[in-house]
Design a protein around this ligand. Structure first.
Ligand code: GYE
Length: 627
């Protein structure tokens, strides 16, 4: 590793830029200007502004974590809420030769291009607020649609069945986190006509803007709203002040961020100025921890870390603050102790599954975790009984790969009552109460489906393209997501048509049988097969050959998983494209289970980083593929 000398040779040219930066944007660096110290890495941190309490807290958390690492130097820039300035800041950090960029943004649409460019050259961590697409190394932040959805549920609880009128105060427009939050809030409320959003204000995340605009709105309204939902606590405080100044009463206020500081959301709830807020972790600490792993070339780095939000109101604020204090002190000096993990595996249906089970068994041995692994043979009832058995055995943590999305409430409630945290491995579930599970570790199935379709649309130029879809297990998260993502892209390309979708249950045998049915029905009209996993695709290839057609040329085939079997088919030209779905989840599951028994908060979701493979790329990689 080339050591960098801070100050001296490397800075001459760029110090002028830095001077300009000093002049126009704000910048700062950890460590004093005079110490010409050798460091391993220089990290650039680009902030959209440093007047929002949440962004200030993020910077503090970044600095606290940086302080633990002598070998890194960090340059912080503050764009003072100017997108143009933030673009200039990032360019200057690039010229300065940083090794990694951590960027938190306001305006996702205008900043996505420069972030994609940076990602071509150095690792990029997008922190707190997202960008469109996947051109970055790692995203750490919240699921803003989920925050909006949970805020809507809180609003409906607080208003009761009679419903009411609502004013929404957004942060800014054309920012992903504001749009997602609003979408989650409005789509959830719109399911019930009793709840009406009468007005939407935009107040730049600012208390005073919110106060002024709301005052103006309410001065000209006969009936005040019943509830106000502000996208952050600063604007919620502005709403409170407006209501106070107009002498209005009994208007419910919901905020977001939950910073534990003066005028922060927790204080506003304690002072009953607002009813509810949502703790939104900044991810500052995690960003530096992952930055060091990325720069240290650690092999497995996730693509997304979705941090869990906590709904705080007068009923649970005391408990939350006490627990926070207790956990903060209780970690110190806790010796790592052995833990028992109960894993309810879904079945043995595919190559992916075999590699997944092996990864879990090996990682448990490696981590010294006592693993009770049971297989449900693709039977949900059996999987539920296995989990019930783990509860009886009082294991420390339960993990399972849910066969399908629904039907888990009862057994997960039993696990929760027994105080046993639950990790979802590779497949998600659909339950109203998200506190029934602690963390999901796996893939973004919708994006996998999009990737399969994007390749096809770019490859195929014909007038009309007829597709046979081989679906995975019905109502399972991967099958639902892969179908949705694929159809999303096809919807933009009407000359691509799915002739028929067949149920292949992720198995080779059914993939082959269904393909036979499709060939009997459609024969040469079939141009493309889209298989939700490799095993069904390989089955389809055999059926096509037996039918007397050439897989890979007369009928193109796309699969998901990208196991070694798929690589072989790609390198023989029988398969055309494969989208990776990473089965090696063992190490992350063990790390999460260990953190849980240590009482640490773990991310709500850890989304794996994945690639795609053409025939050519598979040819290059096949030797390295070990599953
Ligand atoms: O793609 C398939 C397996 O749950 C993501 O299940 C997993 C899927 C995988 O049967 O091969």
């Amino acid at each position: 590793m080339n050591k960098k000398v801070i100050f001296g040779t490397m800075l001459f040219g760029t110090s002028m830029c830095l001077f300009l930066l000093y002049m126009f944007g704000q910048t700062e660096m950890n460590g004093s200007a005079s110490d010409q110290q050798e460091v391993d890495y220089v990290i650039g941190v680009s902030q959209p502004n440093l007047h929002e309490p949440w962004q200030v807290l993020m910077n503090e958390e970044l600095k606290n974590e940086v302080a633990k690492h002598e070998n890194i130097r960090v340059i912080y820039t503050d764009a003072a809420q100017s997108t143009e300035q933030q673009i200039r800041d990032i360019q200057t950090l690039k010229e300065y030769g940083i090794d990694l960029l951590i960027v938190s943004i306001d305006n996702s649409s205008d900043l996505t291009p420069i972030i994609s460019d940076m990602y071509k050259e150095i690792p990029v961590i997008v922190l707190g607020r997202g960008v469109t697409g996947y051109n970055y190394t790692l995203y750490i932040g919240s699921d803003y649609y989920f925050i909006g959805e949970t805020a809507a549920k809180a609003a409906m609880n607080l208003l009761g069945n009679k419903g009411g009128s609502i004013v929404e105060i957004q942060g800014i427009t054309n920012a992903l986190q504001a749009e997602e939050r609003s979408k989650g809030f409005q789509e959830t409320l719109h399911k019930n006509p009793a709840y009406k959003i009468s007005d939407v204000l935009v107040a730049n995340w600012q208390r005073d803007d919110a106060e002024d605009q709301l005052k103006l709105l309410l001065q000209h309204r006969d009936n005040p709203p019943d509830l106000i939902y502000a996208h952050n606590d600063a604007m919620a405080l502005g709403a409170y002040r407006a209501i106070q100044s107009l002498g209005l009463k009994d208007i419910i206020i919901i905020g977001s961020d939950g910073v534990n500081k003066h005028n922060g959301g927790l204080q506003l709830v304690q002072e009953k100025k607002i009813n509810t807020t949502f703790i939104t972790p900044t991810g500052g600490k995690e960003a530096i921890q992952y930055a060091i792993e990325i720069l240290g070339k650690k092999e497995v780095i996730p693509k997304k870390i979705i941090l869990r939000n906590h709904e705080i109101d007068e009923t649970n604020i005391k408990n939350y603050l006490t627990e926070k204090e207790m956990t903060a002190s209780s970690h110190e000096g806790v010796r790592d102790h052995s833990l028992t993990l109960g894993f309810a595996q879904v079945g043995n249906e595919s190559e992916f599954r075999a590699a997944n089970t092996q990864s879990i068994v090996e990682a448990a041995k490696e981590a010294g975790v006592e693993l009770l692994l049971k297989n449900a043979d693709n039977d949900q009832e059996k999987q539920i009984e296995i989990i019930r058995d783990f509860i009886k055995q009082k294991v420390d943590v339960i993990a399972f790969s849910p066969k399908v999305e629904h039907g888990w409430e009862e057994v997960l409630r039993e696990a929760k009552e027994a105080g046993i945290p639950v990790i979802l491995s590779d497949r998600e579930i659909n339950v109203k109460d998200s506190s029934l599970w602690t963390s999901f570790i796996g893939s973004d199935f919708v994006e996998e489906g999009r990737r399969a379709a994007r390749w096809l649309v770019n490859e195929e130029a014909s007038e009309s393209v007829h597709i046979i879809e081989l679906e995975g297990t019905r109502n399972s998260a991967p099958a639902e997501g892969r179908k949705q993502g694929f159809e999303e892209i096809l919807a933009e390309n009407p000359n691509f048509k799915i002739l028929k979708s067949y149920q292949g249950d992720f198995t080779h045998a059914l993939g082959k049988k269904m393909m036979k049915n499709a060939l009997e029905q459609y024969g040469k009209d079939i141009d493309v097969v889209y298989a939700h996993n490799d095993d069904m695709a390989i089955g389809a290839i055999e059926a096509i050959e037996e039918f007397g057609l050439k897989p890979g040329s007369e009928i193109r085939i796309i699969s998901i998983d990208a196991t070694k079997k798929a690589f072989r088919a790609l390198s023989t030209g029988k398969l055309n494209f494969s989208v990776e779905c990473n089965p090696l989840l063992g190490p992350q599951i063990m790390k999460s289970a260990k953190d849980l028994v240590l009482g640490k908060e773990i991310p709500m979701k850890i989304i794996t980083a994945e690639r795609t493979f053409t025939q050519e790329e598979a040819g290059k990689e096949i030797k390295k593929r070990n599953y």
